[in-house]
Design a protein around this ligand. Structure first.
Ligand code: 16G
Ligand code: MG
Length: 551
């Protein structure tokens, strides 16, 4: 290989971004994520890693997103995006962790040299990176550390500014497919808005305009992007944007946003004076890649429509279109869920199409969904999308329908492939998708909600000294370690009608998570509390909830 690493340049820049000696960093489920104030050295190194990853892939453009999603404002993080807009290849997660923990500049250079050797990176190749950040106040300083990393490897870069995670994924794929027959779209924010709004307008043409939709932007970047999308949509759909305070740092994800709604199963208090009974509303998270819908009934009762309900709505709609199009035999639709999927949703879906359960985390769902012709994947927390395989896209393009009904269904399917951001779950794209289905079916929130009745459920978490002591199998539905704990959980679960519960270590926080569902709400709460108690007894942790909550 012709070139070597510019060690002097790396060292002089690295000395300006020393690694804190007392912190061990980890590239987890969603990249690096921790307190923003500790991430300077990590960001510098992420810049280098992104450039090396691009060199490894012959100069194809790699993405870096600076965000901590639904986490509190003081947190921040970085996520690398591979050329097709998907998550970083798993083996590089380990490389990233190793490099982020090299204690000194010299150790960093040694670790980088080792990576160049083991991954067989040709340093003479170009490096291209596109990057963006969310609205967090720690963002600008962290981006400048990231840029020093790019400089250290003399990468060619493009700053996509403040934008959503899904738009960054869209840009990566669009840049890498530009000028090819598989062009994903124009590689600009405008291209994204055009693609989404044009396909939305095609899909709802001739339908009654949906009533205004309240959108809780979590006081994050979704507010900025939602405002622009609103303009592109014009009078085809009115978005009433709420929680748009992007410049008040403490407001981000605070008592609002998709995670707040999903976990607390409550309306964000800020919406209580905005939302009218029967009106649809949805919440995005801090980087706009999750979506949860809800509405209030006439008596003010709150009803949540989470990722499972979105999967049910969307999958049934696509299956119907495929059938009307006469493509049933050639286009197999399947659904991917995780153990968190409500048991009632799994039952509903299994009656209609194949359903697979995989471990938590987008990369697992995404890869499993790629195995279907049309793969619908959603996590209960509202992260998800629909993937159309390349042969499926080709088939849709070539297909000769024989009736007007078939032809309309095929046109709709083609427009759906454009409306849906297939690189990653995208709250705004998913929101338009939901609106399309509601409009086609003339469903109110209440009618959508009645597709199936959620089993009451409860999430709890327990802080433990070592979450790595908890190991799972069968897509996280059973514990294999600590030994004996699963048998105790089984014994408890058997005592509850419709009971189901599982325990898994979190991939993003130093806690163990507990999920429970049962036929009655009080029983789901009690089961979660008891299983959390078992975990606590086993691991000597702290239940991160007050038992009072369960009364
Ligand atoms: C991350 C994952 C999300 C998952 C969540 C689980 C990505 C991009 N995001 O946010 O899919 O649901 O972690 O968190 O993979 P946990 O492991 O702490 O429960
Ligand atoms: Mg997010």
């Amino acid at each position: 290989m012709a070139s070597t690493l510019p060690a002097e340049l790396i060292k002089s820049l690295s000395d300006q971004h020393p690694k804190p000696s007392d912190i061990h960093f980890q590239y987890g489920t969603a990249g690096f994520r921790t307190l923003g104030s500790t991430l300077d050295s990590v960001m510098f190194r992420v810049g280098i890693i992104a450039a090396l990853r691009s060199k490894k892939l012959d100069g194809r453009t790699i993405g870096v997103m600076v965000t901590a999603s639904h986490n509190p404002e003081p947190d921040n993080g970085a996520k690398l995006v591979d050329p097709r807009g998907e998550m970083l290849e798993a083996s590089w997660e380990g490389h990233s962790t190793t490099i982020s923990n090299a204690p000194t500049s010299d150790a960093l250079i040694e670790a980088l040299e080792a990576l160049v050797q083991t991954a067989k990176i040709d340093l003479s190749k170009p490096a291209n990176v596109v990057y963006a950040r969310d609205t967090r106040s720690s963002g600008p300083a962290l981006v400048s550390a990231l840029e020093d990393g790019f400089k250290a490897l003399k990468a060619t870069t493009r700053n996509a500014g403040v934008t959503t995670t899904p738009i960054l994924h869209y840009l990566v794929k669009s840049i890498n497919t530009k000028g090819t027959k598989y062009s994903y779209g124009d590689d600009s924010e405008e291209g994204y808005f055009q693609k989404l709004s044009t396909s939305y307008k095609k899909l709802v043409a001739g339908k009654a305009v949906q009533p205004p939709l309240v959108v809780d932007c979590a006081n994050g970047v979704g507010a900025l992007v939602g405002k622009q999308l609103n303009e592109y949509l014009g009078d085809t759909l009115q978005l009433v944007l709420a929680n748009t305070a992007t410049t008040i740092p403490s407001a981000l994800n605070n008592a609002c946003g998709a995670d707040y709604v999903k976990v607390s199963q409550k309306l964000p208090p800020s919406l209580s004076s905005v939302l009218k009974p029967g009106q649809r509303a949805c919440s995005l998270d801090g980087d706009a890649d999750r979506l949860i819908y809800y509405y209030l009934d006439d008596r003010g009762g709150f009803h949540m429509l989470d990722g499972d309900k979105i999967a049910a709505l969307v999958a049934a709609f696509i299956v119907e279109l495929v059938k009307v199009a006469g493509l049933e035999d050639q286009m197999k639709v399947g659904v991917v869920q995780t153990a968190y999927a409500n048991g009632a949703s799994t039952r509903y879906l299994q009656e209609r199409l194949p359903v697979k359960c995989v471990p938590t985390g987008v990369k697992h769902l995404h890869h499993a969904a790629e195995r279907y012709n049309v793969g619908v994947y959603f996590e209960a927390n509202g992260h998800g999308t629909v993937l159309f395989s390349q042969p499926t896209l080709d088939k849709l393009a070539e297909y000769q329908p024989s009736t007007p009904a078939q032809s309309r269904a095929v046109e709709h399917l083609v427009s759906l492939t454009e409306l849906i951001n297939q690189t990653v779950g995208d709250a705004l794209s998913d929101m338009l998708l939901v609106e399309v289905v509601l409009s086609h079916k003339s469903y109110s929130g209440e009618e959508w909600n009645s597709l199936y009745v959620d089993l009451p459920n409860r999430l709890a978490k327990v802080s433990v000294p070592d979450r790595n002591a908890f190991k799972t199998e069968n897509a996280e539905r059973r514990l294999i370690s600590p030994t004996g704990l699963q048998a105790k959980i089984d014994e408890l679960v058997n005592r509850y009608q419709g009971g189901r519960s599982f325990v898994r270590p979190s991939g993003t926080e130093d806690v163990v998570r507990v999920y429970a569902e049962a036929a009655l709400k009080t029983q789901a709460d009690e089961l979660a509390m008891r299983v959390a108690g078992l975990v606590y007894d086993e691991a000597g942790g702290e239940p991160a909830f007050r038992p009072k909550e369960f009364l």
